[in-house]
Design a protein around this ligand. Structure first.
Ligand SMILES: N[C@H](CCC[C@H](N)C(=O)O)C(=O)O
Length: 294
């Protein structure tokens, strides 16, 4: 029987980005790719990202997070999911521990300090953007001048040229477009996600600049598809927009699921993301879910 059978989970969302939170602190079990896909396939626990809490690794941190996409692959960052985890660690009657408000979470990509703004609103310090080609990563070297403009290789879409590339603990490509609604994400997204210029694939964004402090964004996520919001994409977009002179260092990013406030702080180069979280329901994994999932 799987260690996850009958285990409790929370189904949450961050601006409609579907998040399932699973607390494995105190257990050595690591969710396999097949288990993640099985959890995603069930309508009660369906997710764009599965956020799994493990015991803290680095001194001074409160939990180590593993983040899974719908297809079972792992990511180093998920802004919307990190806010949901913070809510669970501070407010869920079972997951919360003796409360202190300044949480520090850790992923394979680094540290994520979180502060609570109100009951359901949190600010995540997503750290500094990764702007060199080998950190994003890109296949080929690019000089690090303005927002890196990448040469993509999708001949069917000649109108989509030279997206900006930014790493936020995961790889992002941002196309600057006149109308973000004009693109069929399902048709275009997967092609660019798998463009060979991105050796670890990429999250693909379509950004429409309304004003220097307001951008409309739609995102095709690596490993998860079109989602209603993507926090790290909003951060990557603000960074790339500021570097290109299209935005200031602080802007509202409007996604289909709602707005995020993003600030690229001058003093320490960190990107701060503020937004809502919502609890939908709790549940328990039925053992049959994992039949056949190693
Ligand atoms: N939805 C997430 C990002 C998921 C990124 C994931 N699709 C990947 O890079 O593999 C967010 O709010 O930041």
């Amino acid at each position: 029987m799987s260690a996850l059978s009958n285990h409790r989970f929370l189904k949450m969302n961050g601006l409609g980005n579907e998040i399932t939170v699973l607390d494995l602190r105190g257990s050595l079990h690591v969710v396999s790719s097949a288990e993640a896909r099985a959890i995603a396939a069930d309508s009660r626990s369906r997710f764009d990202q599965l956020m799994v809490l493990h015991d803290p690794v680095s001194p001074g941190t409160d939990a180590y997070l593993r983040i899974y996409n719908t297809d079972g692959t792992e990511s180093g960052a998920c802004g919307n999911g990190t806010r949901c985890v913070a809510w669970a660690m501070l407010a869920d009657p079972i997951m919360s521990r003796p409360v202190h408000e300044g949480l520090v979470l850790e992923t394979k990509a680094g540290l994520l300090p979180v502060t609570r703004v109100s009951d359901t609103v949190f600010t995540v310090d997503m750290g500094p953007p990764r702007l060199s080609w080998n950190e994003i990563p890109l296949r080929d070297p690019y000089p690090d001048t303005r927002a890196i403009a990448v040469d993509t290789h999708i001949p069917e879409h000649p109108e989509l040229q030279s997206p900006s590339a930014v790493g936020m603990g995961n790889p992002h490509a941002i196309f600057w477009v006149e109308n973000a609604q004009a693109y069929d994400l399902t048709a275009v997204g997967p092609k660019f996600e798998h463009d060979p210029v991105f050796p670890e694939r990429a999250n693909i964004s379509f950004a429409e600049v309304v004003s220097p402090d307001h951008v409309v964004l739609r995102v095709w996520e690596r490993g998860a598809g079109a989602t209603r919001a993507c926090g790290s994409a909003a951060c990557a977009t603000l960074v790339a927009g500021a570097r290109k002179g299209l935005t200031g260092r602080k802007a509202k990013i409007s996604l289909p699921g709602g707005d995020l406030l993003i600030e690229w702080r001058e003093s320490d180069d960190h990107v701060l993301m503020t937004g809502e979280t919502q609890l939908e329901h709790e549940g328990f994994f039925v053992p049959a879910l994992f039949a056949g999932a190693a």
